[in-house]
Design a protein around this ligand. Structure first.
Ligand SMILES: *Cc1c(COP(=O)(O)O)cnc(C)c1O
Length: 457
């Protein structure tokens, strides 16, 4: 063990050095991958020296998501305290189903859930869990909604036509979850959005009325706090009025930007959140915690238990259910995703988390300012979003993004809204400063001029 840890330490040093020297790796063509790097598993093992060199190659050729040139996804950067917590969780290797096995770690998870519930003004009856990703949190919320609408589904299965409502701009996990939950994708009602990508509550209301007239049981409304492309916030308070009137479960998918709950300046974007029945956010997105770290909370703990508790006397042998969170989770064995977030939160406090969130909005504002002041650019996104969508000189955004990637210059992706395609700059790495955003534009401009326009690509 000691020798492996020493190797890890040396490699970690090299990784952090290389992240500064060469922040982007040149991608390996997947057709050549197995020829370039020895990934084959054999009957015989590999001695330590050879294994270490191989691991070095593998690590140094993996895309560098933590560097200042990664803007491709809704995560990025490395927080050292959160990473420390994650490394400790790996060393401890507990499973989060019982107090007997998880011990103190169960208390750590409970504290996170408790603090989040009180931050969003949920009542003392609220509870939650940590699930492997936002998609899974959304799935759990849908299952609770389904079972709350009909207490017999657990035994009888879904026998009614239950409808669910989500905006056209919502995440694709909502569609997948319709497939898994037994509701079926034909029962999804995709509600239109306004020009800024926010769900139209009037359209929602009209659709619910129509469905009730047609004999459906409206079961689940999903509002998004930070849509995946534009970073738009659905008007939760207005949507809640519709949901309450018809007694429909309201879930808020805050996987991307739900962390605004930590910011005095930006929490107004989720106004009315306390009216929801469940809410989730990904600490591995805005809060810079290593993947994955997703928190799901719900207003009435009994719904969580009703949908997920199942007895197993080979597992639950000590302590009350209160301290055995296996009774409120989709899984059996469950990774300890709580410790890394707790170490981060403990070290910088809620005030520190607030600063991270505010910095991301600040960087987005700087990017939008730059775009507005340079006539070669067209802006497609709006204020109060950390997704900055734009085009440069009518060059195809797909070509810009794919070529930047192939040449190892930058990691950036594209998106589309209402027929327009554009580059999407995500300013989610709060370690970045204005300078990195300006550097981003310089790299993009130089590259586009030299490699695309001059070469006529
Ligand atoms: C990222 C995202 C998800 C999915 O979260 P995972 O952790 O990747 O499963 C769901 N909804 C929205 C709005 C997202 O941005």
């Amino acid at each position: 063990m000691q020798e492996d840890l020493r190797f890890f330490h040396r490699l970690a040093d090299e990784i952090t050095r290389k992240e500064v020297e060469e922040p982007v790796v040149k991608p390996i063509d997947p057709k050549e991958l197995f020829n370039k790097i020895d990934l084959e598993l054999d009957e015989n093992g590999t001695d330590d020296e050879e294994l270490q060199e191989l691991l070095r190659q593998i690590v140094l050729n993996t895309p560098k998501t933590t560097t200042k040139k990664f803007f491709n996804q809704l995560f990025g950067g490395r927080n050292s305290k959160a990473t420390l917590g994650e490394l400790l969780a790996v060393m401890l290797n507990t499973s989060m189903y019982t107090y007997k096995v998880g011990g103190v770690q169960i208390g750590i998870e409970k504290e996170i859930i408790h603090k989040v519930c009180s931050l969003i003004n949920y009542p003392s009856t609220a509870d939650g869990t940590l699930a492997p990703g936002g998609s899974m949190c959304n799935f759990m919320a849908l299952l609770m909604a389904r079972d709350a609408a009909n207490r017999n589904i657990k035994t009888d299965g879904v026998q009614q036509s239950m409808t669910m409502y989500t905006s056209e701009e919502s995440h694709y996990s909502i569609t997948k979850n319709a497939m898994f939950s037994g509701l079926g994708t034909a029962q999804i009602r995709r509600i239109a959005t306004d020009h800024k990508g926010r769900m139209l509550p009037g359209e929602l209301n009209a659709q619910v009325h129509q469905d009730m007239k047609d004999g459906y049981l409206p079961t689940f409304v999903n509002a998004t706090a930070g849509t995946t492309v534009l970073g738009a916030f659905d008007p939760i308070d207005k949507i809640a009025e519709v949901a309450k009137e018809h007694n429909i479960w309201l879930h808020v998918d805050g996987a991307y930007c739900g962390s605004v709950i930590f910011s005095d300046r930006y929490k107004h974007l989720v106004k009315g959140l306390e009216l929801s029945d469940s809410f989730c956010f990904n600490a591995h997105k805005m809060l810079n915690t290593p993947l994955s770290c997703s928190i799901l909370v719900t207003k009435q703990k009994h719904n969580l238990k009703h949908s997920f508790a199942c007895d197993a006397n080979y597992l639950y042998q000590t302590d009350e259910d209160e301290y055995n969170p296996g009774k409120t989770s989709l899984q059996c064995g469950r990774r300890n995703d709580a410790l890394k977030f707790w170490v981060l939160w403990k070290s910088i406090g809620s005030k520190g988390l607030e600063k991270m969130v505010d910095q991301q909005f600040h960087l987005a504002e700087a990017a939008r300012d730059y775009i507005r002041n340079h006539e070669d650019y067209t802006l497609y996104s709006y204020d109060d979003s950390i997704s900055v969508c734009f085009n440069y000189k009518d060059v195809d955004p797909k070509v810009i993004c794919n070529q930047l990637y192939k040449k190892g210059e930058l990691m950036i992706g594209y998106g589309s809204y209402q027929g327009e395609e554009f580059v999407r700059l995500v300013t989610i790495n709060s370690n970045n400063e204005n300078q990195q955003i300006m550097d981003f534009f310089k790299v993009l401009e130089n590259f586009t001029e030299k490699e695309l326009i001059a070469m006529n690509v």
